[in-house]
Design a protein around this ligand. Structure first.
Ligand code: NAD
Length: 329
C-alpha cells in the first residue's frame, strides 16, 4: 500500500461533484499539495470552500483541452486523478465538444502524466461503457458493444488509451466505472440537472415527484463520498492496468427512488405521478457486480440510499437557503 499523505496531486475536474469530495478526502488524508484543474463549466468555487482554507489546495482555472495548461498543472505531480468531463446529455448534443474534452483532453492529461513521471493515474470511467447490459449483476468482463452513446464510447476509448499508455510508457493506472452517483454538491444550477434535483424542487413545493415513464427502470445508486473513497483506495493500492465497477450493488427502480426521496423529505403522503417516457439512453436496468472492487481494492459502498438521500436533502436545503439569502441581499 502506498499513501496519499505527503504527495503532490493533480485533480482534473476537482471543482465538480465527485472531484471536490475527493479533494476534501485528500486534504483530510494529509496530501501535501492538491492542484485542481477545472474550467468551471460545471464545477464551482463553493465546492472547494472546505478544502481551500487548508492552504494545500490550489485552483487552476483552465481547460484540459489546452496542452500547455495541462502540462504546467501536471509538473511535479506524483498522482493524477482525472475526472474532468462533460455529461452524457451534453455529449449527445455537442459530440465535437465531447470529442475534444473527453478524448483529446484525456490524451493531454495522460501525455502530461508520462512527461511528469507521475506514479499513477486514477481515471473516472462509467457504467455507460456497457450500454444496456446482457447479464446482471454486470461484471467488468461484460463487452462494451451495447453502448450507443458518444459519452460511453469516449469512456471506453479512454480505458483503451490508458491500457496503451501503460503498454507504451509503463504509465500505471486504475480506471473506475462508476454507476449512478448522487450526493452533496450535485449540480443544482446547471442545465443538466438530475432527476433527483427536479424531484426535490417539486416535493419542497408540495408537488408529487414526476416520473417520466413507468418508473420500472432501475439504477445502481452510489453516494459520491463512497466514490471519492474508491478513488483513494485505487491510488493507494499496488494495482495497475485494471478497471473496476464502483457501485452499491443494489438495484433501485425510479419508483423506489421517488418513494425513498419522499421519505427523506418527510412527505410520504405525496404519491408520485407519471408523465410520458423520455428517451435518454435506452438503458432500462443497471446492477453492478462489485466483487472485484471488494476483493482487490477493498472497496464496499458504506452509505446506504436512505442515509445518502437524507444527507443530500440537508445539503440541498442549505444551498437553497444560501441562494435565497444572496438574492435578498
Ligand atoms: N455523476 C455520475 O453519475 C458519474 C457516473 C459515471 C462516471 N462519472 C464521471 O465522473 C467524473 C466526475 O463527474 P461528476 O459527476 O463529478 O461531474 P461534474 O460535472 O460535477 O464534474 C466534472 C468537472 O469537470 C470540469 N470540466 C468539464 N470540462 C472541462 C474541461 N474541458 N477542462 C477542465 N475542466 C472541465 C467541470 O467544470 C466539472 O467541475 C466524470 O469523468 C464523469 O464522466 C460520473
Amino acid at each position: 500500500m502506498s499513501t496519499v499523505s505527503g504527495k503532490r496531486i493533480l485533480v482534473t475536474g476537482g471543482a465538480g461533484t465527485i472531484g471536490s469530495n475527493l479533494v476534501d478526502l485528500l486534504v483530510d488524508r494529509g496530501a501535501a499539495e492538491v492542484v485542481v484543474l477545472d474550467n468551471l463549466v460545471r464545477g464551482r468555487h463553493a465546492n472547494l470552500a472546505a478544502a481551500l482554507p487548508s492552504g494545500r489546495v490550489t485552483l487552476v482555472e483552465g481547460d484540459i483541452r489546452d496542452v500547455d495548461t495541462v502540462r504546467k498543472a501536471t509538473e511535479g505531480a506524483e498522482l493524477v486523478f482525472h475526472l474532468a468531463a462533460i455529461r452524457i446529455t451534453q455529449c449527445a448534443e455537442e459530440p465535437r465538444l465531447a470529442n475534444e474534452v473527453l478524448v483529446d483532453g484525456t490524451f493531454n492529461v495522460l501525455e502530461a502524466a508520462v512527461a511528469a513521471g507521475v506514479e499513477k493515474v486514477v481515471a473516472s470511467s462509467s457504467a455507460s461503457v456497457y450500454g444496456l447490459a446482457e447479464t446482471f449483476p454486470t461484471d467488468e468482463r461484460h463487452h462494451p458493444y451495447n453502448n450507443d452513446t458518444f459519452y460511453g464510447a469516449a469512456k471506453a476509448f479512454n480505458e483503451g488509451m490508458l491500457r496503451s499508455f501503460h503498454a507504451m510508457y509503463g504509465l500505471d493506472y486504475v480506471a473506475l466505472r462508476y454507476f449512478n452517483v448522487y450526493g452533496p454538491r450535485m449540480d443544482i444550477h446547471g442545465l443538466y440537472t438530475e432527476v433527483l434535483i427536479r424531484w426535490m424542487e417539486r416535493i419542497e413545493n408540495g408537488e408529487p415527484p414526476l416520473i417520466l415513464g413507468d418508473g420500472n427502470q432501475t439504477m445502481d445508486f452510489v453516494d459520491v463520498r463512497d466514490i471519492a473513497r474508491a478513488n483513494l483506495l485505487a491510488a493507494e493500492s499496488e494495482l495497475t492496468d485494471e478497471v473496476f465497477n464502483v457501485a452499491s450493488a443494489t438495484e433501485t427502480s425510479l419508483k423506489e427512488l421517488a418513494q425513498a426521496l419522499l421519505e427523506a423529505m418527510d412527505r410520504p403522503d405525496l404519491a408520485p405521478v407519471h408523465g410520458p417516457a423520455r428517451a435518454v439512453n435506452g438503458v432500462t436496468r443497471r446492477l453492478a457486480d462489485v466483487s472485484a472492487a471488494r476483493e482487490r481494492l477493498g472497496f464496499t459502498a458504506e452509505i446506504d440510499l436512505r442515509t445518502g438521500l437524507r444527507d443530500l436533502v440537508r445539503w440541498w436545503r442549505a444551498e437553497r437557503a444560501a441562494d435565497a439569502e444572496a438574492v435578498a441581499r
